[in-house]
Design a protein around this ligand. Structure first.
Ligand code: SF4
Length: 225
């Protein structure tokens, strides 16, 4: 890996994009709902779907479980292509909080890391990266999660090999940056947002715009393209 530094890369991305706004949604159950409220949609669409859920039904497990068919009909209109599946996930998630967490998911924020991750992974829309993100955004764990855009960026830069096994690639990338990141929640949250933004705007999946990229000198893929 040579002297490749995630800190330097995040500094450059911060200069390019500015500091990201603070995360708007951090309550663990609300973050679960945010993941579940729509399927494969753009961020702006997901935001609208979430705000519609908030105003139409509410965001507590009790409100989700008390919602009527008409209320769900309104939420379904913004749920993307898997409407029934997304609604089922939200209802199941509310049942899990009611039945397994005494109605309060935020208690997991004081639990040991592995136990908290295992608890979050009970929810149908929450994989390991989302579980880690929930703990980081609540400053309950100093860890570097990546969503798919951010992971693509760090893999192309050369922190980890591109692997067909997503989970193995994710772990390899986390291991590679582990010694080069501060145990600082705010820095980690900023890095998460900036890597995601870079993957969405410049380091796109099909057409990376390396000629416009501020981290090209640090990037294996960019130097060869
Ligand atoms: S140089 Fe290209 S591949 Fe590397 S991070 Fe930038 S856009 Fe992505």
């Amino acid at each position: 890996m040579g002297n490749r530094s995630l800190r330097r890369i995040i500094d450059k991305l911060r200069q390019a994009y500015g500091s990201p706004s603070p995360s708007r949604i951090t309550d663990p159950f609300e973050m679960v709902l945010y993941e579940s409220v729509a399927y494969l949609v753009a961020d702006e669409h997901r935001d609208r779907a979430f705000e519609n859920l908030r105003s139409t039904i509410g965001l507590s497990p009790d409100e989700i479980l008390a919602a009527s068919r008409d209320q769900w009909q309104s939420v379904a209109e913004l749920a993307g292509s898997n409407k029934r599946g997304q609604i089922a996930k939200m209802i199941k998630s509310a049942e899990i909080v009611r039945d397994e967490f005494d109605g309060d998911l935020s208690q997991i924020l004081t639990w040991p890391f592995k136990k908290a991750i295992a608890a979050l992974r009970k929810f149908p829309a929450v994989g390991e990266p989302s579980a880690e993100k929930i703990l980081l955004f609540n400053k309950a764990a100093a860890i570097m999660p990546f969503e798919s855009n951010g992971l693509r960026v760090v893999v192309r830069i050369g922190f980890a090999p591109e692997l067909s096994n997503y989970s193995a690639m994710y772990r390899a990338a986390q291991r590679a940056v582990m010694d080069d990141i501060p145990a600082d929640h705010d820095w980690l949250i900023t890095a998460y947002h900036l890597l995601r933004k870079h993957g969405q705007t410049i380091c796109k999946r099909a057409t990376p715009q390396c000629e416009l990229c501020v981290v090209r000198p640090d990037c294996d893929f960019g130097r060869l393209s």
